[in-house]
Each structure stands twice: as C-alpha cells, then as structure tokens.
Design a protein. Structure first.
Length: 198
C-alpha cells in the first residue's frame, strides 16, 4: 500500500512519482509522514543552531537546496532537488532557477540599499520563495525557516514566532496564515508581517 492522504488548504499534492521518493516505505498516512518530517526538521534546526552562516552563503541557490536537504533528506529521495513538474501553485518548473536567482539578487539589493525594514526583507523573501515553490513538498516550512535564518543571521534579530504554530494542522491559525499569503500575493504584505511576529 502506498501513500494515500487528503490534503488540507494550501498543501501541494504530490505526484505518484514524487510519492515513490519516500525513503521509508512503511509510511502510509499523512500523520506518519508529518511526524517523520518533523523529526527531520528538528535535526535541521539543530544543524542551523550549530553553524553560523554569512549573507553570501545564505542568499545562494546552493544554500536553498542544502537547507531543504537538511530538512527532508531523511524522508524523501528528492529532498534538495527542484521539482520537475507543475503544481497547483508556483512558477513553471522550468523557470525555478531563473526566478530564484532574481529573488536572491533582489534580496541582496534590498539589504544593501535598506529598501525595507529587516522584518519586511525577510518576509518578502519568504513570500516570494514560497510563491516560486522550488520543491515538490515542504516549501512553506522551508521558506519560514529561511526567513528565520535571514532575520537572525543577517540582521541579528529574533526569529519569527509564526503565531506559535507549526501550521501543519487545519485550524484557524493555518487559515489566517494562508489568508495572509493570499493577501501578499495581491501585494499586501502587512498581514503576513503581522502574522510572523504574532
């Protein structure tokens, strides 16, 4: 029996080929998968805490991929590899590298020229990164941790609280998060900024 589960609002469905990339074949439910992924993410956070990263390293394609591998490499064979199919969200898969380079260049410009506050730079980066949707799965969690790394390692400020939620469960907090992402899609970044510090 393979992976079969329902998706909640804002989750990206996996293709059958992507589901085949699971490393532990006995996982069959969303709950089991979430638990396994969470354990892997905790290891990634430990790795982050034990390292110091400079701006040039953080704002690179290599680091974006490395972080995803650290977060999901125990779970998925394709962790750290850009998706090779289109999803219900994100840019055309063939445009991921180019769109990511534009985001990284824009972010360096925002920092160098103090275009936005540190919080807004990190949150705008997070929003654009999740909009590109580099990977088959885990983009929301990955982009939130990237925002935390940017705010702490580049600006020396406290990481975001993300409303004290892991945002995995379908509840009012997740709904508020998804709504704030949709508003950011329309160019209104304030609700997402507020949510991140709530």
């Amino acid at each position: 029996m393979g992976l079969e589960f329902n998706y909640i609002d804002g989750q990206t469905p996996l293709s059958e080929e992507e589901k085949e990339g699971i490393k532990i074949k006995s996982i069959t439910t969303r709950g089991e998968l979430d638990e396994l992924e969470q354990l892997n993410i905790e290891k990634a956070i430990e790795w982050i805490l034990n390292n110091r990263f400079k701006q040039d390293k953080i704002l690179s394609e290599e680091f974006i991929k490395l972080l995803h591998t650290k977060m999901f490499g125990d779970v998925w064979n394709w962790a750290g590899s850009f998706r090779k199919s289109d999803k219900n969200i994100g840019v055309n898969w063939a445009m991921i590298g180019m769109q990511l380079k534009m985001l990284l260049d824009d972010t360096k410009y925002w920092i160098d020229n103090k275009i936005f506050s540190p919080d807004e730079i990190a949150i705008r980066f997070k929003h654009r990164l999740v909009s590109i949707h580099c990977f088959p799965n885990g983009n929301g969690r990955h982009s939130r941790i990237m925002a935390d790394i940017i705010i702490e390692s580049i600006f020396g400020l406290n990481i975001f609280t993300w409303s004290n939620s892991n945002l995995i469960n379908a509840n009012n907090t997740r709904r508020e998060y998804i709504d704030s992402i949709k508003k950011a899609d329309d160019g209104i970044i304030e609700p997402l900024l507020k949510f991140a510090r709530k």
